[in-house]
Write a protein that binds this ligand. Sequence first.
Ligand code: 4NP
Length: 154
Amino acid sequence: MSQPAVLFVCLGNICRSPLAEAAFRAEAVKAGLAVSIDSAGTGNWHVGNPPDPRAQAVALEHGIDISKYRARQVKEEDFLHFGQIFALDSQNLQDLKRVAPRRTLAKVGLLMDLVPGREGTAVIDPYYGSEQDFAEAWDDVSEAARRLVARMLR
Ligand code: 4NP
């Protein structure tokens, strides 16, 4: 069996989904879970760019260097490679479903649906916000990451 693959998707792939990728990678390593992990954006404005400096800073506060990450846009083949694709908000989810090829087996859902009591909610886009908003985004994605690892270990 090939190892599971998980993709996190937001709008720009420079704020929320790189944080989700980093948080989930850290939790997976801690749990000894072998999994392929990536992130992407539904938009193309930031393709090739590193994460927002405020996202880099909050990840580094938690001991994770994401400065080498580079933004990319989600593509049709992602739906063939990744078994699970998580959207950071419901607009991302809607946009993702538009890109999905008809033959995909990927399970596509909202990231915060993983967290009991937070179903249907968004990881709020911190791009036009403050450092506090980035800290909240980090808290949300790490909680979801822990839940996802626990689910995959079951
Ligand atoms: P992200 O945040 O989707 O969490 O990466 C954003 C990044 C860039 C823009 C919006 C949100 N933008 O409008 O350029």
